[in-house]
Ligand binder design. Structure first.
Ligand SMILES: [Zn+2]
Length: 216
């Protein structure tokens, strides 16, 4: 059996969010395990749906070359995704960017995600081309999105969108935060948003498995 490759844990978790339980809920406390399959090692995510209790299980192949996380989110290396197509990445980006929470920390988190998702769309464009090629779309919702707004998959336009999210994130970090409590929750704030442009942390400082899910 051939499994789709999940380049990183962040990418696997995003894919799982995009594939809810049959009851419609996305809430599952995923447990990751490494299994041995005929083809080699694979990553298995299993858990019970928080809503209906159904047992859910997804298995992903490991990438040929491991991508070390550099801040959250790290969806993968330079190679394009095999889990989400270009249309889905842009849908994710649009959805997150159109719903940026008011508080600075979560806003930064949303902008990081929106920016990273646009970068994933750009990875589908070969160096000598100016738009995402046809084979960058293989899901129903991805293909549909491109049919409605084909111009959004041009390199130039994607780069503008990406830079806009970067700028917004920078502004956010510069803005005063009068309503922040004097003793912010350091543990929580360190898990997210450390990929701000001025923050030159090395990837090994931020193992992706430390990411806490905000469910509950
Ligand atoms: Zn369910």
């Amino acid at each position: 059996m051939t499994y789709p490759v999940a380049r990183t844990r962040d990418e696997a978790l995003l894919y799982l969010d995009l594939h809810p339980c049959e009851c419609g809920s996305m809430e599952t406390d995923w447990e990751k395990s490494t299994i041995t399959d005929a083809g080699g090692l694979a990553a298995r995510y299993g858990g019970a749906c928080a809503e209906c209790g159904a047992e859910r299980e997804y298995t992903f192949a490991l990438p040929n070359r491991e991508t070390f996380p550099k801040g959250w989110p790290t969806y993968g290396g330079a190679e394009p995704s095999q889990l989400l197509d270009a249309g889905e990445w842009l849908l994710v980006s649009d959805r997150v960017a159109s719903n940026v929470p008011p508080d600075a920390e979560n806003a930064g988190h949303a902008l990081s995600m929106a920016r990273a998702a646009v970068e994933e769309v750009l990875k589908f464009i070969p160096e000598d081309q100016e738009r995402v090629p046809d084979h960058g779309f293989w899901t129903e919702r991805g293909v549909e999105f491109r049919e409605v707004e084909p111009g959004r998959f041009r390199r130039e336009r994607l780069e503008v969108v990406r830079d806009t999210y970067l700028d917004l994130h920078r502004e956010l970090n510069r803005a005063p935060r009068p309503d922040q409590s004097p003793a912010p929750d350091q543990d929580a704030s360190q898990d997210r948003g450390q990929d701000a442009p001025q923050d030159k942390r090395q990837g090994e400082d931020a193992p992706q498995d430390k990411r806490q899910d905000e469910e509950g």
